[in-house]
Design a binder for this molecule. Structure first.
Ligand code: BDR
Ligand code: CA
Length: 349
């Protein structure tokens, strides 16, 4: 109780009371009393790998509000939407702004074997025209593979990885620490599609960016969930959701409202994508799996070809004879997803 009370004191003195209190997790606060709810199950131990990025920022903000469901242990950054300096800076500035004390580790500056071709739709810095105050802290020491392996050792058989950028860091971790193949509980990726693409006719951006890394992850034998364009293109940000987020209190709703505003404008101003929130949909697949339909396939990662680089091909007819390697999200309850999303931000006191 003494420890918990001191955590609450710290939170009360903090500008970020909501976030710190939410990270206390299993404790409810009534005035000055703190009650430990021993019946509350612990959250899923989770590390995230991000290339922040507009929709990555929305995903990170949402993850910090999911403390009932997940225990966010660390965040790794990777090049993708923009260069590593920007994806890392955006990530640490964002978590600092949110008052979230999760360590941020800097990861790969280039794909495994190729040179980065950044996306255009996130603007020059990755956050469109949204500007965050500079963080008052440094990156955590050590790279992303080391962070993942250390988190896995502390949570044997329980650690989940949510990767919403190119899979360079995750593939490197699996190569450098092969034991992760049996000690991770699951890897959930935003990427790929068993039908269509957004980078070429056939491939999705994250896997097109580093197809060799994606192939390593798909061939790793890890329990893998693929949340690709088959579902992430379905929810297109409705105006009513935008308005609800902007009417919600707290720093997470504030920053997400600003990012969504950029996303709503960018199609007209930048000729870029529809306001699809890809990455947070992969988070929803972890914390709200009942919103999705999944099918299990052997998924081949194509690494070459003008159009097929990064393409994911599901073996619908078991032509390869290979056992399934991925649970593929094939459908989503779009209304249910938006309800979960607005409730998450609206629930902040
Ligand atoms: C993916 O590509 C990136 O631009 C987004 O952040 C998302 O992770 C969608 O194809
Ligand atoms: Ca991303």
């Amino acid at each position: 109780m003494a420890l918990t009370a001191s955590l609450v004191d710290i939170a009360r003195k903090s500008h970020y009371e909501n976030v710190y209190l939410s990270r206390i997790g299993a404790f409810d606060c009534y005035g000055d009393r703190v009650v430990c709810d021993v019946t509350k199950p612990p959250g899923i131990p989770l590390v995230m790998d991000v290339d922040t990025g507009t929709d990555d920022a929305v995903c990170i903000a949402a993850a910090t509000l999911c403390s009932d469901a997940v225990d966010l242990i660390g965040i790794g950054t990777v090049c993708g939407n923009v260069g590593i300096e920007h994806t890392s800076r955006n990530t640490i500035d964002l978590v600092d702004f949110l008052g979230c004390d999760v360590p941020v580790h800097v990861g790969a500056a280039q794909p495994l074997t190729r040179r980065l071709s950044p996306a255009i739709s996130h603007g020059a810095t990755g956050l469109g025209d949204v500007v965050l105050p500079a963080a008052h802290r440094d990156y955590a020491a050590g790279g992303v593979p080391g962070m993942i392996v250390s988190a896995a050792r502390r949570n044997p058989g329980a650690l989940e990885v949510l990767a919403v950028g190119p899979l360079t860091n995750v593939a490197t971790a699996l190569i450098e620490h092969p034991e992760l193949r049996s000690t991770l509980k699951r890897i959930t990726v935003m990427g790929g599609a068993i039908r269509g693409g957004n980078m070429t006719l056939a491939s999705e951006f994250n896997f097109h960016c580093d197809p060799e890394a994606a192939r390593i992850v798909f061939e790793s034998g890890c329990d893998l969930t693929m949340v690709g364009l088959d579902v992430t293109l379905k929810p297109e940000l409705p105006r009513r959701v935008f308005d609800r987020i902007n009417a919600s209190p707290g720093r997470a709703a504030d920053i997400v409202g600003r990012v969504l505003d950029f996303m709503m404008r960018r199609k007209e101003e930048f000729g870029a994508d529809e306001p699809n929130l890809h990455d947070v949909i992969a988070l929803a697949a972890i914390v709200q799996p009942s919103l999705f339909s999944f099918e299990t396939y052997y998924v081949h990662l194509e690494t070459g070809g003008e159009i097929t680089r990064g393409m994911t091909i599901a073996d619908f007819n078991n032509v390869s004879g290979k056992p399934p390697n991925a649970h593929v999200a094939v459908d989503i309850d779009v209304d249910g997803f938006w309800n979960w999303f607005v409730d998450l931000f609206g629930a902040v006191k």
